[in-house]
Design a protein around this ligand. Structure first.
Ligand code: GAR
Length: 203
């Protein structure tokens, strides 16, 4: 798999840790980002994982950036792209060419977009959580694979609630990607099932 990140990369680190066990069934072949100098890229480099940067700001048009990102991903011929804290919308050049999953810190379809935790708090929900879904060409709108709920506590602020979400998110991400790798998957409209007959190792 190719993992895409924009920041700290704690979810990427969780995947990297899980992938050390050959029985996990998935291997990270590269980590990519849309911006220079992210913490997560430094962590990946230190672990000897190939990395690449496709800076969003270096392109005049979003479509050009999207095409460049798609080509860089393709160099590693991954079976799966994992958007794990990647803060740009991936367009048709990526989504039309690569199978990709995304994690989102809310119970979709509630609170899509870049400020999911803030938006959930502002709305006054008592329960939020995290979602892993396949990417389509919309914003956080693709078929849902799994979700885990996280209660909102009185007095929660954005940072504290997000940290609690990230604890369950990392577990969900590692579990789900491992199952996709080991069991394969079938997408039927909005419904995702694990398992297929021609399961192969994700690389
Ligand atoms: C995660 O909570 C992820 O769900 C979120 O960014 C965080 C990244 O943390 N993604 C989005 O908000 C995407 N819209 P990390 O860099 O420590 O893995």
């Amino acid at each position: 798999m190719v993992v895409l990140i924009s920041g700290t990369g704690s979810n990427m680190s969780a995947l990297m840790e899980a992938a050390k066990d050959p029985a996990y069934g998935a291997e990270i072949v590269a980590v990519g980002t849309d911006r220079e100098g992210t913490r997560g890229i430094q962590v990946a480099e230190a672990a000897g994982v190939p990395t690449f940067v496709v800076p969003f700001r270096a392109f005049a048009e979003r479509s050009e950036w999207d095409a460049a990102m798609s080509d860089r991903i393709a160099e590693y011929t991954p079976d799966l792209v994992v958007s794990a804290g990647f803060m740009r919308i991936l367009g048709p050049a990526v989504v039309g060419r690569h199978q990709a999953v995304n994690i989102h810190p809310a119970l979709l379809p509630s609170f899509p977009g870049a400020h999911a935790v803030r938006d959930a708090l502002a709305h006054g929900v008592r329960v939020t959580g995290t979602t892993i879904h396949f990417l389509d060409e919309g914003i956080d709108s693709g078929p849902i694979i799994d979700q885990v709920a996280v209660p909102v506590e009185d007095g929660d602020d954005e940072a504290g609630l997000h940290e609690r979400i990230k604890v369950v998110e990392r577990r969900m991400l590692v579990d789900t990607v491992g199952r996709l790798a080991r069991e394969g998957w079938t997408i039927d409209g909005r419904h995702v099932r694990f398992g297929r007959t021609d399961t192969k190792e994700i690389r």
